[in-house]
Design a protein around this ligand. Structure first.
Ligand SMILES: CC(C)(COP(=O)(O)OP(=O)(O)OC[C@H]1O[C@@H](n2cnc3c(N)ncnc32)[C@H](O)[C@@H]1OP(=O)(O)O)[C@@H](O)C(=O)NCCC(=O)NCCS
Length: 437
């Protein structure tokens, strides 16, 4: 087998778990007007056809900004934007309807083409458009009437679901209809986000013009949890349209969408790369929480202090000043959850292969889920790696917790001399020791 064949086999094998996990999942994909104009649009259509044939339930929402601009120019009209919203009077609305109608036809035509001479030749796709979006007027803000600019009032979730059940692709345009029989020019981002929320979609994907979402140092961002996404939006270092995608992605994740992705239409196959490879190529915003155990760093001092102070005030833990904590930070292990320190423990080695576990604490809301034990196990592993064969601790109120984990009550005289000299007789803590061999 030559190397190209081998690469192909490897790629196919590597993507199979993703094929399996995306089958039957609902995906809402926003295709910007710019992506439709782009030379890679035909490839994007093939990729959409491929997703459909792999059993992904697809809702496409299209934008039409450049096409609307072109139509306005053709008609010698100009429109104004205020706070990111176009002011849509009746003449502008007519231009919007014409442009949006053409874009919709263009997409439907591409999807209906039979995909001759393409990897998806022979695949028949059914695309359904309809009055799935109910809109209301955006209204008057600071005295400015936005006329036929609208916002989403309701998404007809059941009607969309029925179409998805039939394996049809649902195509939504950035226009909504009011029960009073008017059409409203809505933001495609809002329609995509509200649809994903209404359907409880597994994925909400924005295709953008920019190549990447960057952090404040200009580096592409691969993954953000909710708190990190909020922080990045606050920093306001990305373009206005990227900010809008980030805000929409965040809004989706905060309201039940599992994962939002922001990818670039400038990268050929970005949709497939994002869905069927491990690292993807865009920015993932996820509502899933990140939790991990690791060595503490100097940046954790504030978080640890916040965690242990209430326990120090109750005399459950001995008091440590910020300076002392800064000096001893290398002794600490922490559990971080979404950027917050929720548990910590410290290990102090002494001569003769004995060490002390101290300052073990789990934040109150996170107790009774095995985190205390996880930290203790990790500390014990650290001991065995460094040849420590006895672990001791002093406690006033947590004796039974340690006893149940193999510690036996002992005597002050069994402690290292240095520790004996520091023993605080007022605290009258009990001594526990566990042999680790
Ligand atoms: C002790 C502590 C670290 C355990 O954290 P945790 O993540 O809840 O621990 P785990 O989930 O592994 O274990 C929970 C079990 O420990 C028990 N437990 C908690 N505190 C206890 C105590 N003081 N004495 C005896 N058992 C205790 C719980 O009842 C639970 O048992 P159960 O499941 O049978 O009900 C946590 O309760 C804590 O931070 N306490 C305050 C600080 C402290 O006492 N630190 C020790 C200083 S020496």
């Amino acid at each position: 087998m030559d190397s190209t064949h081998q690469q192909h086999v490897n790629w196919f094998r590597a993507s199979s778990p993703y094929i399996h996990s995306h089958r039957g999942k609902t995906l809402v994909l926003l295709i910007s007007g710019e992506a439709i104009e782009h030379s890679g649009f035909a490839n994007l259509i093939h990729d959409i056809a491929l997703l459909n044939s792999l059993g992904v339930r697809l809702v496409l929402v299209h934008g039409a900004r450049p096409q609307i601009e072109q139509q306005l120019t053709n008609l010698n009209l100009t429109s104004t934007f205020n706070q990111g919203h176009r002011i849509t009077d009746l003449s502008i609305l007519q231009a919007v309807e014409q442009a949006v109608g053409q874009v919709r036809l263009n997409i439907e035509t591409h999807l209906s083409r039979g995909l001759i001479n393409t990897p998806m030749s022979g695949a028949a796709l059914r695309v359904i458009s309809g009055n799935f979006v109910t809109a209301k007027p955006y209204g008057i803000h600071d005295g400015i009437d936005y006329c036929h600019t609208g916002e989403v009032r309701k998404i007809d979730r059941e009607a969309i679901r029925q179409q998805l059940e039939l394996n049809n692709i649902v195509l939504l345009s950035p226009i909504g209809y009011s029960p009073s029989g008017e059409a409203f020019n809505c933001r495609a981002e809002d329609i995509a986000t509200r649809t994903a929320i209404a359907l409880g979609a597994d994925k909400l994907i924005f295709m953008m013009d920019a190549t990447a979402i960057n952090d404040k140092n200009g580096k592409p961002v691969q993954q953000l949890n909710i708190a990190q996404c909020e922080e990045l939006i606050k920093q306001n270092t990305n373009s206005e349209i990227c900010q809008l995608h980030l805000t929409s992605a965040l809004n989706g994740c905060k309201n039940g969408v599992r994962r939002s992705h922001i990818i670039s239409h400038n990268i050929d196959g970005s949709l497939l790369l994002e869905l069927y490879t491990r690292d993807g190529n865009g920015t993932l915003v996820t509502a899933e929480t990140y939790e991990g155990l690791r060595e503490a760093t100097i940046d954790d001092v504030g978080g640890i202090l916040e965690l242990i102070e209430p326990l120090e005030n109750k005399s459950i833990l001995t008091r440590r000043s910020r300076e002392q904590l800064e000096l001893e930070i290398k002794q600490f292990t922490v559990i971080e959850r979404d950027g917050m320190i929720i548990a910590c423990a410290a290990l102090y080695p002494y001569e003769n292969n004995i060490a002390e576990i101290a300052c073990l604490a789990v934040a109150e809301d996170y107790r009774h889920q095995g985190r205390g034990e996880e930290l203790l196990n990790n500390i014990q592993q650290q001991c065995s790696k460094t040849g420590i064969d006895k672990l001791f601790l002093l406690t006033t109120r947590t004796a039974h917790w340690f006893q149940e984990r193999g510690f036996a009550e002992s005597d002050i005289s069994k402690l290292p001399l240095k520790k004996q000299q520091l023993y605080n007789t007022q605290r009258n803590s009990k001594v526990f020791i566990k042999p680790l061999t």
